[in-house]
Design a binder for this molecule. Structure first.
Ligand SMILES: Cc1cc2nc3c(=O)[nH]c(=O)nc-3n(C[C@H](O)[C@H](O)[C@H](O)COP(=O)(O)O)c2cc1C
Length: 470
């Protein structure tokens, strides 16, 4: 048999092989062997695969065609009671013409069987990191990469902790550490586990690392007499978040980090009373949703509102202006920051520790002090200033004139000015009339729904980041 070494190949071919090998985490020699095996398998009668081997499971085949990979979701099922909902999630994804490859933790297999999972996914579920029948030693790397998106549902407190700390001591955690794809978590756990400081820290770390989160929702727990935040998002909600993530992977803001603030702030007077305003959060939430739909990784810092959290967005809920500033700073760095929240300008100097009682004098004097200026502090940052800082100016008179002055004063790049006087119907309403003020002039947009304003703004942002003038 004639012998051929990689060294004898021409430079261009060697370069292509090196790139391919690096992409697949293999040595060049292994890559060549893989290609040859694939080619031989196409022309030869296939020998029966050993049960449970990588080849039987599809991993021994040559690399999957890209179009197949772009339609595949890797679902990691953690060991929580909500694992039963993951079976339905697999069905929902298959209905949407998505292929689903599944990795289960050992604990997950206590709740649902790999057999049911495999039957629904139409391929065997992966459970072992060390598989003696593997044909290649890089099975977990291929599992981690041959997909368009990794979804963890249910994401247990344990898996979240392992991810946040970079553990890789079983197949699920190794795949999650090795993947180069976006990860979407659907947490599910007891409300006490969810609110535990350790879980809060771990999740905040993952969000800062670029992991997207859907849910959890509030409601009844599996445990009797327990309710609160911790129920896994419903399969249809997760499927919608997956579709958003997949659409976003090629969206105009793919790979960008965007911070949006939304809603009012509440400034305490005493434990039961506060100073607030009429902002509904509809415009800020619509901007966050539009940015996520365009593929951005979005952190929404929201004051108290009654609108639902947008899908595919990491929402941080705050009360006061000082909390909001802290949350925004913690969410940096970002490419874009849009400050749509109606932040209270003042707060009570010293909020009462106890409920303030009537004194009988007929008057109560509250001493107010100015709140921090979130827009100006971010716009004037020396480090980690987002490339594009956008403020909102809610005015009741001389809208454009006041907004122009605000643009100069705050040091931001753009201002969206709107008329929030009582008869405009903007505060709490579904429509908005805005003027976009940039250093190059004023654009008055027609009255539109808040969703339309959000889409138009995101399109402008994408164009500006894409190289067009601000
Ligand atoms: C009946 C039962 C239900 C559980 N439900 C949850 C849950 O919903 N969320 C969670 O984080 N852990 C839950 N646990 C604990 C996890 O199973 C445990 O932390 C396990 O180590 C998680 O492993 P994994 O993260 O590798 O899947 C549950 C345990 C039991 C026994």
């Amino acid at each position: 048999m004639a012998s051929l070494t990689v060294r004898q190949l021409d430079e261009k071919l060697k370069q292509q092989l090196r790139l391919r090998a690096a992409r697949n985490g293999r040595s060049v020699e292994d890559e060549v062997r893989t290609i040859l095996r694939g080619a031989a398998a196409e022309t030869a009668e296939p020998a029966p695969a050993a049960p449970g081997s990588d080849r039987e499971r599809g991993l021994g085949r040559p690399e999957q065609p890209l179009e197949q990979v772009s339609k595949r979701v890797l679902l990691v099922i953690g060991g929580g009671i909500a694992a039963y909902k993951s079976l339905d999630l697999i069905r929902r994804l298959r209905e949407r013409n998505l292929a689903v490859r599944v990795v289960m933790t050992k604990a997950a297999a206590e709740f649902v069987t790999p057999l049911s999972v495999g039957a629904l996914a139409s391929e065997r579920a992966f459970t072992e990191l060390f598989d003696p029948q593997s044909e290649f030693d890089v099975g977990h790397i291929r599992i981690a990469r041959e997909c368009a998106l990794v979804v963890v549902a249910p994401a247990t407190a344990d898996l979240i902790a392992k991810m946040a700390n970079g553990h890789a001591d079983d197949l699920a955690s190794a795949v999650l550490l090795a993947t180069d794809k976006k990860i979407l978590l659907a947490p599910a756990m007891n409300p006490h586990m969810w609110s535990n400081a350790a879980t809060r820290r771990n999740l905040a770390q993952l969000v800062a690392d670029g992991v997207a989160v859907v849910g959890p929702n509030a409601g009844e727990m599996a445990e009797r007499n327990e309710s609160g935040v911790g129920r896994m998002a419903e399969p249809l909600e997760i499927a919608a978040a997956i579709e958003t993530q997949l659409a976003g992977a090629s969206g105009a803001l793919a790979g960008r980090r965007v911070i949006v603030t939304s809603g009012p702030t509440h400034e305490p007077i005493d434990p039961v009373r506060y100073i607030a305003n009429r902002s509904s959060g509809k415009q800020g939430h619509a901007i966050a949703a539009a940015a996520a739909a365009a593929g951005a990784q979005v952190t929404l810092v929201s004051g108290p509102v009654n609108v639902p959290d947008p899908r595919g967005v990491s929402t941080i809920k705050v009360e006061s202006a000082r909390d909001m500033l802290q949350a925004v700073e913690a969410a940096l760095p970002a490419d874009v920051a849009v400050f749509a929240a109606a932040v209270a300008d003042w707060r009570v100097v010293e909020a009462g520790q106890q409920k303030i009682k009537k004194s009988g004098s007929g008057a109560l004097r509250l001493s107010l002090t100015e709140n921090p200026d979130i827009l100006a502090s971010i716009a004037h940052r020396k480090s980690k200033r987002p490339e594009l800082v956008i403020g909102f100016a809610a005015e009741t008179e001389k809208v454009v004139e006041h907004a122009k002055a605000k643009l100069a004063r705050k040091g931001c790049d753009w201002i969206l000015a709107n008329d929030v006087s009582a008869d405009s119907g903007v505060m709490g309403g579904d429509r908005n009339t805005v003027h976009l003020i940039t250093p190059s002039g004023v654009e008055s947009w027609p009255t539109q729904t808040k969703d339309e304003v959000a889409s138009a703004l995101i399109a402008r942002i994408a164009a500006a980041l894409g190289g067009e003038s601000k």
